[in-house]
Design a protein around this ligand. Structure first.
Ligand SMILES: N[C@@H](CCC(=O)N[C@@H](CS)C(=O)NCC(=O)O)C(=O)O
Length: 224
C-alpha cells in the first residue's frame, strides 16, 4: 500500500492513518507532499480526486479521506478490531470519530496542528472554548467508562485513538489543559514509538508554513 501524506508538522488528517498503520506494523510506502508548495499542487492531482491528503492506494484502489481510509483498514484487517467489538462501545466510538471528523471547525482554524511548536498563546473565542470543552468531555467520558479495559481511549486500541491524536498535539502546542483522567491516555499515546517517530520527523522538517504558525510571542527588543 502507498499512503500519500502532507508535512508531518502540519497535517493532522495525515497523522491519523499514518499513526494507526505504523502502530499496528501494517506495511506501507509513504509519499510525502509538502503542503502549500508548488510540488504539492503539481503532484497531488496524480493521487487524489480531491487534491487533498491523506490518500491510501492499495493495488488499483484509491481511498481518499481519512475516515474512508480508517474504514478500509478496519475491513482489511478485522483481526485488529479497529472498531470495538461490543456494540454500545462501537456505536459510541463511531459517533465521536464522526463528530471529530465533521466538527471542531474553530479549533481547526484557530489552533492549527503544529507538532514542533510549544508555548503558543492564542486568544480563544467562545466558539473555540466550547469546542475545547466538548473534546475534554469526550475524553473524560471515554476514560471513565473504558479505563478498566486498557490504557487507550476505548480501553483497547481503536480508530478513536488515531482520530483524536492530532487534537492532543494541538492542546500541547497551545497550552490547553488536559484533565487528570485523560492525562494517562495522552501520555500513553504520545510515548508510543509510532507517535514519537512522527514527532521526531516533524521536528526534522525544515519547511515552515506561516499560515499555520499561530500564537507566537512577540520578540523582545534586546536593547531594552
Ligand atoms: N476530510 C479530509 C480532510 C483532508 C484535508 O483537509 N487535508 C489537508 C491537509 S491536513 C490538505 O490536503 N489540504 C490541501 C492543501 O493545503 O492544499 C480527510 O479527513 O482526509
Amino acid at each position: 500500500m502507498i499512503l500519500v501524506t502532507g508535512n508531518k508538522n502540519y497535517s493532522p488528517w495525515s497523522l491519523g492513518p499514518w499513526f494507526l498503520m505504523t502502530h499496528l506494523g501494517i506495511e506501507f510506502e509513504e509519499i510525502c507532499l509538502p503542503l502549500k508548495t508548488e510540488a504539492f499542487d503539481a503532484n497531488i492531482r496524480d493521487h487524489s480526486p480531491t487534491n487533498k491528503v491523506p490518500v491510501l492506494k492499495d493495488a488499483d484502489r484509491v481511498i481518499w479521506d481519512s475516515m474512508a481510509i480508517f474504514e478500509y483498514l478496519a475491513e482489511k484487517y478485522p483481526q485488529h478490531d479497529l472498531w470495538p467489538r461490543e456494540r454500545n462501545a462501537r456505536a459510541f466510538s463511531r459517533s465521536i470519530c464522526a463528530e471529530m471528523h465533521s466538527g471542531f471547525r474553530s479549533i481547526s482554524h484557530f489552533l492549527p496542528m503544529n507538532c514542533r511548536a510549544r508555548n503558543r498563546s492564542v486568544q480563544l473565542d467562545s466558539a473555540t472554548l466550547k469546542e475545547i470543552a466538548r473534546v475534554q468531555a469526550i475524553w473524560h467520558l471515554c476514560r471513565s467508562r473504558w479505563d478498566d479495559l486498557g490504557p487507550w481511549l476505548m480501553g483497547q486500541f481503536s480508530i478513536a485513538d488515531a482520530v483524536f491524536l492530532p487534537m492532543v498535539i494541538r492542546f500541547i502546542t497551545y497550552g490547553i489543559g488536559i484533565s487528570r483522567i485523560a492525562q494517562g491516555w495522552t501520555e500513553y499515546i504520545l510515548s508510543t514509538p509510532a507517535c514519537e517517530a512522527w514527532l521526531a520527523a516533524a521536528r526534522d522538517e525544515s519547511h515552515s508554513i506561516l499560515l499555520y504558525e499561530k500564537g507566537m510571542q512577540p520578540r523582545r527588543d534586546s536593547s531594552t
